[in-house]
Design a protein around this ligand. Structure first.
Ligand code: HSE
Length: 335
């Protein structure tokens, strides 16, 4: 039986008015879950160009399609974060992906933070990577992982004030990456280190990337440039060749670390004691305050961790710690 056109019109009008936020809720749409790993930016001397994805830490973003717009429905985080999609990196990345896809449609997001913001572990980049991946997945996976780096990095730029992909790229691709150029974006996955063990110590202080960039030297000497370039190049070779020993002797930074070390109380002593405890190298992760020490022997890792924690305790700095390895998968769908 056909409905009278007038009744049909009234029914449509009724649903338009009384379905709460009807552009938001598409009850039939399924939620998907995406994980994006935490990352170590710079990997020592490779300021803004080298980056590495790590295991056991990262953000989860749940997403589903809606008719239009980008909405952040929930944020589960120890720290307050904005749910304004124009200011949250997940919201910005999702918006950028929709813009690139140039399609009708939107997404609704739930963000589950797996690491603190301002810790130097690519927290904002992980949310951006997960949201970009999820949005692309919901709309037919038209973009490759590599193509998702740009929208995720644009989101990262909003919070850090600068355009660099050393967190977004490894979070999306896994392993270690190198950014040759930002615009146009040119990123290469360089490989992995199968026996690298990292001891991560995160002091419970917040260092905002923007602030940690503002204190960097405007000029450096030719000697410092050559030193950092040589070490960064060898780190690239080490990841490409899966050569831990080459990596261990190249984890040296004479430009950025000296400037940022003073933001981390006890840094020099913690580094020295980690090396004494058997670490093969120590560096600041991203813009800090997380510090990482490296070894290829599991039994040494606990010893190094203990030495670093005890040294920070002497400076009355509370810390989280984690022993981890390279994440080779990058951002992925969780089933
Ligand atoms: N390359 C960036 C910096 C990474 O060191 O400022 C921030 O995690």
């Amino acid at each position: 039986m056909a409905l009278h056109p007038g009744i049909l019109r009234n029914l449509r009008e009724f649903f338009r008015k009384f379905t709460p936020s009807n552009h938001l809720y598409h009850m039939e749409e399924q939620w998907i879950r995406v994980f994006a790993p935490a990352t170590i930016g710079n990997i020592g001397p490779g300021f803004d160009v080298l980056g590495l994805a790590i295991q056991h830490l990262g953000d989860v973003v749940e997403a589903r399609r809606v008719a239009q717009g980008v909405y952040i429905r929930e944020i589960h985080s120890e720290m307050p974060l904005t749910n304004d999609p124009r200011k949250n990196t997940a919201g910005i990345a999702a918006t950028e992906v929709l813009r690139i896809l140039n399609i009708e449609g939107g997404v609704e997001l739930k963000i589950f933070k797996g690491m603190p913001s301002g810790s130097g572990l690519g927290s904002s980049a992980a949310s951006a990577a997960a949201a970009a991946f999820a949005t692309n997945y919901l709309y037919g996976q038209q973009l490759s992982r590599e193509e998702l780096i740009l929208p995720a990095t644009r989101a990262e730029e909003f919070v850090s004030g600068d355009f660099f992909a050393d967190n977004t790229a490894p979070s999306l691709l896994g392993g270690a990456t190198l950014t040759r150029s930002c615009l146009p974006l040119d990123v290469t996955k360089i490989g992995s280190l199968s026996n690298l063990i990292m001891v991560l110590i995160t002091p419970k202080i917040v260092i905002l990337t923007k602030e940690a960039r503002d204190i960097l030297p405007e000029q450096i000497s030719l000697k410092q440039f050559v030193f950092n370039m040589a070490n960064a190049c060898l780190i690239t070779a080490a990841f490409a060749k899966d050569d831990y020993k080459l990596f261990a002797r190249s984890l040296n930074d004479e430009v950025i670390e000296p400037a940022r070390a003073r933001l981390i109380k006890g840094f020099a002593e913690v580094k020295q004691n980690a090396l004494r405890a058997g670490a093969d190298g120590v560096a600041i992760s991203g813009s800090g305050p997380t510090i990482f020490a490296i070894t290829d022997e599991a039994k040494k890792a606990r010893f190094i961790e203990d030495a670093m924690l005890r040294t920070f305790a002497q400076f009355e700095v509370d810390c989280h710690s984690l022993i981890t390895e390279v994440d080779n998968e990058g951002t992925r769908l969780l089933l």
